[in-house]
Structure formats: structure tokens, C-alpha cells
Design a protein around this ligand. Structure first.
Ligand SMILES: *Cc1c(COP(=O)(O)O)cnc(C)c1O
Ligand SMILES: [Zn+2]
Length: 412
């Protein structure tokens, strides 16, 4: 029996065959992969995982592909760091940073979802890869499409950081800059997806794409020695990653790889685009779309597709949500860099800023095992920190000048 049984509507439960469909024709609810967990339980053990490839494909049994992986063979298995310095600063004894700044090949967590989405897209016979992106997704789709020899179109908002634009162009896809926000980009892409037989990884391939995010839960559980953390802090754009971390942990429990899951799933957004966190703080289970205005461009989705489910996940798990100002984002990036030597992008600043708030509020306690998800690399968002890092000392190549600048040896 196949491990993927069907695609199932998250609202009404209607089942569909595992093709490139993503919305329910009855109720317009989003579709999700339904697995045969009894079958997976037979095939997957801690040992089988530990002896698997050093990539996210060690969890292949819980990923939505039928055959062997063909795209993104080296994504995942990024370091989980015991952040002792940052922990000491925040008063947390068991703080960990999951460092997806160094994902292969495009330095963000999107390499996970794209590896899964494009492997599946090829299984379904697609020759063109496409996406609507806030930046990192486009970089990853463009890189993987180049390697896989697929045609590629990426659609981005018109105000992205220079490195994220160049990080597409280098792979020679068609880069389409839309005069508008991500939400405009996404709407246009949904229309194009209806016209062309393209694999839009986060539109018609979305049910498969989203599953790749679960590997950020699987890896953390394995890296902690097969235990679930007490808290996770997760940045939210569409809200998909947050919901899938929760799903992944619970799948591990379902197939017997984890004994217990009582993880509180906390969501992080930037104040300038915080529809999900704002709804949560107001005690609502629905959100109001917003027009984004923040330096955290990778998270700037004003009408988040999984916002409703993210709210449900935080509530169900007993987690919280918070938002931080752009100044706090910049502080968060600097704090992580200066304590742990990790240069994160703006989304990482959002995560650290919110982590700091939750620790201060006592929501996260000193002894609790906490994982902060750092999802993208700071070299891609240099504009955000340019004015906060100072300048180099500039001197002529002269020992005298050097001594004048830094004082005599032994004098300091
Ligand atoms: C895409 C992205 C996220 C989260 O995306 P979701 O749409 O919520 O799954 C988080 N961080 C970075 C850096 C991203 O690029
Ligand atoms: Zn339905």
C-alpha cells in the first residue's frame, strides 16, 4: 500500500487523488496530504533514520513523494546549536538555535520545501518550476530548477533586497518583478497557474511543498536526542512553517519515534506585518489582512494563507504569539551575531526579538528546552543592518599608525 493515501480537504474531509490540486471544489478549503501511518510505522525507526542520508531525505517515509528524491538531495540536516551565550543573556539555561542560515544551496529554510516540491513536481511530469515569493523561495526555486534542468519563472514583489534579486538572476530564470506587494504577486500567480501547466510550488503544488517544513521538526527532535522541545519560536509569513512543525512533532509521536509531545508552539511576526500575531493577542481565531510595512520582507505577507491554521496551532499547543518593531528586529540580528556568531536575516531578527519578549514576560521559563528557528541568512538582507554595525578602522599600512589607533602593546 502506498504511504500517500490521498489529498484531503482540511475543512470538509473530501478526498482527492494525489495530483497537482490544492483547493477543495466543494468548500474551497486547502488540501493536505493524508498518509498511511500504519505502513510508515513499519518502515521507519530511530535506527533507520540515524543510518539514512545526512539530509532531510532521511525522513523520506514521512514526505510526499512516491519514488526516490531527484531534486535537492543535500537540503536539510543543518546545525542545532546549544546557544549558551544568548541563553545566559536572556536567562534561559536550555536555549537552542536551529540554524537554517546555512541550508544548501541557497541559505534559507526554503531549500527544504523546494527539494520536496520539485521532486514531487517531476514525479507529476512537470517541466517548468515557478513560484510567488517574498524572496527566499524564489532563490531556492531558481537554484534547484537550474540544477534539475527545468524551465523556471519566479515572481517577486518590486521592493526586494538587492542580494535576493541577484540571488535569482544568477541562475538565469525568468525573474518577474511585480509592481505591488507579495499579496498582489500571489494573486497573479494563482491566475497564471490556471492558464499554464507549470509547477507553482506554493500554489498548485502547495500540499506537497508545505510538507517539507515538517523536517525542521523532525531534525530538531532527533538532534535533541529524540525528544520534543518544551517551546519553539517560529517566524510566520503565510503561517505554514509553524503549523508543519507542530504536525511533524505529532507525526513522530504517532509512529512511535517520540514518547511525548507537549511543545508550546510560539509564533513571531514583525509589527509592520503582524496579522496573525495581532489576531492571537486580541483573542481572535481569524485575522484581518494588512498592507505590509516592515524591513522583514521575507515575512511580509498581509493575507497569510495559513494564518487561520497558525492561530489554531498556537492555541492548541498552549503557545503564544508576539510581534516586534523594526528596531527590535535590528537589535535581534545584532544580538544573535554578537552572542552566537550567527548572521541571520531580518526573519531571524524577528525570531530573536520575540524570543527575548517571551523570556522577559516569563512565558518561556529558565529551565525549559527552547528552540528558536533561524530561517534565513543575513548576507541577503544587508540593507537592514548597514547603519547599525559601525565602520572598519581605516589606516595606512604603517605600524606607527596602527599603534596610534590601538594603543601601545601591553598598554591596554
Ligand atoms: C518563507 C520564510 C518563512 C516562513 O514562511 P511561512 O510562509 O510562514 O511558511 C520564515 N523565514 C524565512 C526567512 C522565510 O523565507
Ligand atoms: Zn472541502
Amino acid at each position: 500500500m502506498a504511504k500517500m493515501q490521498a489529498l484531503m480537504c482540511r475543512e470538509c474531509g473530501k478526498e482527492y487523488s494525489t495530483e497537482a490540486v490544492h483547493v477543495c471544489e466543494l468548500c474551497f478549503g486547502p488540501l493536505e496530504v493524508k498518509y498511511n501511518y500504519d505502513d510508515i510505522k513499519e518502515k521507519m525507526s530511530r535506527t533507520s533514520v540515524e543510518t539514512g542520508p545526512k539530509s532531510l531525505w532521511r525522513y523520506k517515509e514521512l514526505l510526499p513523494i512516491e519514488g526516490h528524491p531527484t531534486v535537492g538531495l543535500h537540503a536539510g540536516m543543518t546545525p542545532l546549536i546549544h546557544a549558551r551565550n544568548l541563553g545566559a543573556y536572556l536567562g534561559l539555561d536550555n536555549l537552542y538555535v536551529k540554524n537554517d542560515c546555512v541550508n544548501h544551496p541557497t541559505l534559507s529554510f526554503k531549500d527544504r520545501v523546494v527539494a520536496v516540491a520539485l521532486t514531487r513536481a517531476r514525479e507529476l511530469g512537470y517541466e517548468t518550476a515557478a513560484c510567488a515569493s517574498t524572496g527566499n523561495l524564489a532563490n531556492s526555486v531558481a537554484a534547484h530548477a537550474a540544477q534539475a534542468g527545468m524551465q523556471c519563472y519566479v515572481f517577486i514583489p518590486g521592493d526586494l533586497e538587492a542580494a535576493k534579486v541577484l540571488g535569482n538572476l544568477i541562475f538565469r530564470p525568468k525573474v518577474v518583478e511585480i509592481e505591488g506587494t507579495y499579496d498582489d504577486v500571489n494573486r497573479l500567480c494563482s491566475e497564471i497557474a490556471g492558464e499554464r501547466r507549470w509547477a507553482f510550488v506554493n500554489v498548485n503544488i502547495r500540499p506537497y511543498y508545505a510538507e517539507g517544513s515538517k523536517t525542521l521538526a523532525f531534525e530538531v527532535a532527533e538532534q535533541l536526542g529524540w525528544r520534543a522541545p518544551d517551546h519553539v519560536v517560529v517566524p510566520m509569513a503565510s503561517g505554514s512553517l509553524l503549523t508543519k512543525i507542530w504536525k511533524g512533532l505529532n507525526e513522530f509521536k504517532k509512529i512511535g519515534l517520540l514518547k511525548e509531545v507537549s511543545t508550546k508552539v510560539n509564533g513571531a511576526q514583525a509589527e509592520g506585518c503582524s496579522p496573525i500575531a495581532t489576531a492571537f493577542k486580541n483573542g481572535r481565531d481569524f485575522f484581518q489582512p494588512v498592507k505590509p510595512d516592515t524591513i522583514a520582507k521575507s515575512l511580509a505577507i498581509g493575507n497569510p494563507a495559513d494564518g487561520y491554521y497558525a492561530l489554531k496551532t498556537a492555541a492548541e499547543s498552549g503557545g503564544a504569539m508576539e510581534s516586534v518593531t523594526d528596531d527590535e528586529v535590528i537589535e535581534g540580528i545584532n544580538l544573535l551575531a554578537q552572542t552566537e556568531g550567527i548572521f541571520a536575516e531580518t526573519a531571524g531578527g524577528v525570531t530573536i526579538g520575540v524570543l527575548r519578549k517571551l523570556a522577559k514576560q516569563g512565558v518561556i521559563k529558565k529551565h525549559e528546552v527552547t528552540v528558536a528557528y533561524i530561517t534565513g541568512n543575513g548576507l541577503k538582507t544587508q540593507e537592514a543592518v548597514m547603519n547599525s554595525v559601525g565602520r572598519p578602522y581605516r589606516i595606512p599600512p604603517s605600524l606607527v599608525k596602527f599603534e596610534q589607533t590601538f594603543g601601545q602593546r601591553g598598554a591596554s
